[in-house]
Unconditional design. Structure first.
Length: 230
């Protein structure tokens, strides 16, 4: 009798384990595997998080500075549009970033409902390794008082450019200000193929990340960076 019960329990455990594995999506393509690591948090999917960061940077470069390829300018444009709630995600998300989102969404510990879970082990690891201690402390304070909202934290980024050099901070922004917002998009009504530009993975590093933005920075005629018309 005990043997029978053991066998039944074993079958149930195996079935549950297989079911859990099936519920987690897998990324079929890694376009940025040759890029430097983004975070080391031993999450089991650090490679997907790395892919998420570089895909995010590619998307905002294509949207805000496809010709000039100035990463700092693209970040500033995205942050400014985020603060004013003028980000047009439907015109920014690419098929690859959507595929990454599908994988991230299947990691239940990453999310608190439709929002990023700021107290999950992986997000805590990312925040703990942010180099800008002032921004890090702001995040920790907001989270510890259960008052963290992206709209409260994002304005502090206007006086900083460290996100263009610190992959931990950049990764946090990618997860919180980009991928978590995908939850608001009805992908059945969006043609993501319209958002594919000519930016290649190697182009991400062509511009110095701490370059000074000058009036001579090339821009498309319909570039809305800094005008908040998104």
């Amino acid at each position: 009798m005990n043997t029978r019960i053991f066998k039944i329990a074993l079958v149930l455990v195996i079935a549950l384990n297989v079911s859990c594995k099936k519920s987690e999506a897998k990324l079929s393509e890694f376009k940025y595997a040759d890029q430097p690591d983004a975070v080391t948090c031993n999450s089991g999917y650090d490679a997907v998080i790395k892919e998420a960061l570089y895909a995010f940077e590619k998307d905002i470069l294509t949207k805000y500075d496809q010709k000039g390829q100035n990463k700092l300018k693209a970040y500033r444009a995205y942050i400014n549009n985020s603060i004013s709630n003028r980000i047009n995600l439907e015109a920014t998300i690419t098929p690859h970033s959507k595929a990454i989102y599908d994988v991230l969404k299947s990691k239940s510990e990453l999310w608190d409902g439709t929002h990023l879970n700021y107290t999950s082990p992986v997000v805590t690891c990312i925040i703990d390794n942010i180099k800008d201690k002032k921004l890090q402390q702001s995040l920790v304070s907001l989270i510890s008082t259960n008052s963290m909202r992206s709209e409260l934290f994002t304005p502090a980024l206007r006086s900083s450019s460290s996100y263009a050099r610190d992959t931990y901070l950049a990764t946090f922004l990618a997860l919180d200000l980009y991928y978590s917002k995908f939850n608001t998009v009805d992908f059945n009504k969006v043609n993501l193929s319209n958002n594919i530009g000519e930016v290649l993975p190697g182009d991400l590093d062509k511009k110095a990340t701490n370059a000074t933005i000058t009036p001579n920075t090339p821009a498309k005629k319909d570039d809305h960076a800094g005008h908040n018309h998104d």
